[in-house]
Design a protein around this ligand. Structure first.
Ligand SMILES: [Zn+2]
Length: 464
């Protein structure tokens, strides 16, 4: 099977030019001007952008947590991703207490089998490193399972949080094994105290989700993780940076030349703390962690992605139903499942409000959404760019298409959309995964089970 994508504006992290792309089998075979080649399928991309398939480094599909499971499984979550131009994501495989990493990975592989419509890898989320056996197994994960990133939670004291000893040991293991350490950076102990005080004072509504997790506690944990990683000699990636307090220590560490990277997520540019005050419990839709911050942080984050203080934009897609899941916390904000949907709209939102509004360049958008996540997480150059030999993961993007984002038309099972009613100009029209058209307009053409698990390479710090 061969495909010729003709006459589009090819955009990578570095370049922008009009060219034809010839795909043979699953890979890009040739890029050139006016290619005189026969192909099984010819796609006219004149007037369109031709982008690398986007890579989302932070998602939670079919994740059980505190008795609820995120509403998007691999099929619905990856379908939403595909329509949004994301062809690869790295999902979190959560180790249960007392569980081996191999057991956890087997369970997560089971979740995607027969359902996957795009490619994905796994990060391992460590909750238990109590034995030497487990620590040794952690060091073998890159070699044995193609899992080259370790995530640790510094918050959620009742479930996922690890102490500093565990965090530090995981960092030492990563320094040995060549993995990248990822942290959810918030001070879980202090948050626990503030949450108990709020409830004791009768403060039960969604806004207290933000007020009990102040930005300083994200900043403190970010700095703590940075210092610990530096001592351990491990590279560190701080997930979902939401505020100035957390961006600042990352900027400082990078100025010093330390191996520190960070991401923010689409929603932090658009949703601020006041959304939690929406009437009729609607604030619960915006209960994710870290919480939406005061609006001034939005400019801080745009500047951070523009100036390379932060290197990636993910979605932290962690979808729950507003009616039927989020409402478990109607009388106690602590019981609202933490998370929001977002996998489908990242490219549309960042293209419109980032590129069209002049905050970042088209190249930088590709870098933040495709190339850097691929480089940081061992997928490059197979994923994250358009180059001869790369997987033919391609988005034909119509920069003038008008779309009104809505839960009525999105592909997630979530019964709401974080950006409901937002009008954007620019949207994916055709999406290819390894040479096969998986989305054509409003049609999903991928068969469940056709997405592949990707073994990832070890972290290469020189690449970003
Ligand atoms: Zn997350």
């Amino acid at each position: 099977m061969s495909v010729l994508i003709r006459g589009g504006r090819v955009v990578t992290a570095a370049d922008e030019y009009i060219a034809d792309i010839f795909v043979e089998g699953e890979r890009i075979a040739l890029i050139g001007a006016s290619l005189d080649l026969e192909a099984d399928r010819v796609i006219d991309a004149a007037g369109k952008y031709v982008l690398p398939g986007a890579v989302d480094p932070h998602t939670h599909l079919a994740m059980p947590w505190r008795g609820e499971t995120t509403i998007d499984d691999y099929e619905s979550g990856q379908t939403a991703a595909a329509f949004g131009g994301t062809t690869t994501h790295v999902d979190f495989c959560i180790q249960g207490k007392g569980q081996s990493f191999a057991e956890a990975l087997e369970i997560w592989h089971g979740k995607r089998e027969g359902k996957a419509v795009i490619d994905n890898g796994f990060h391992i989320a460590i909750t238990d490193l109590a034995t030497d056996e487990r620590l040794a197994e952690l060091e073998r994960l890159p070699e044995e399972h193609g899992v080259t990133s370790y995530k640790l939670f510094m918050a959620y004291k009742d479930s996922l949080m690890v102490d500093d000893e565990t965090l530090f040991k995981a960092m030492q293991a990563a320094a040995k094994s060549g993995a990248l350490v990822m942290v959810h950076a918030e001070n879980g102990d202090a948050i626990e105290v503030l949450m108990a005080e709020a409830i004791a004072a009768g403060n039960t509504s969604p806004r207290y989700h933000a007020l009990t997790r102040p930005p300083e506690l994200e900043g403190e944990a970010t700095n703590r993780a940075i210092q610990l990683a530096h001592v351990a000699g491990a590279p560190l990636y701080v997930v979902h940076v939401s505020c100035a307090e957390s961006a600042e220590p990352i900027a400082l560490a990078r100025e010093r030349g330390w191996n520190i990277w960070g991401e923010t997520c689409t929603q932090y540019f658009f949703i601020d703390q006041s959304f939690l005050d929406k009437p009729d419990f609607e604030g619960a839709k915006y209960v994710y962690t870290p919480p939406p911050r005061p609006k001034a942080n939005q400019d801080v984050l745009w500047n951070a992605v523009r100036t390379n203080v932060l290197q990636a934009i993910s979605t932290d897609h962690c979808a729950y139903l507003f009616k039927g899941q989020k409402d478990a916390g109607v009388d106690d904000f602590r019981q609202i499942p933490n998370g929001g949907p977002g996998l489908e709209n990242r490219l549309q939102m960042i293209h419109h409000f980032g590129v069209r509004d002049g905050r970042i360049s088209l190249n930088r958008m590709v870098e933040l959404l495709c190339t850097n996540p691929a480089k940081l997480f061992g997928l490059y150059p197979r994923k994250g760019t358009l180059a001869v030999g790369s997987d033919a993961d391609v988005v034909v993007f119509d920069p003038e298409k008008r779309v009104t984002i809505s839960a009525a038309t999105h592909h997630s099972k979530a019964d709401y959309n974080l950006f409901e009613g937002t009008e954007v100009v620019g949207s994916p029209e055709l999406v290819l995964l390894r040479g096969s058209v998986i989305v054509d307009g409003d049609q999903l053409l991928a068969k469940p089970g056709s997405g592949q698990f990707v073994q990832r390479a070890r972290f290469g710090e020189q690449l970003v």
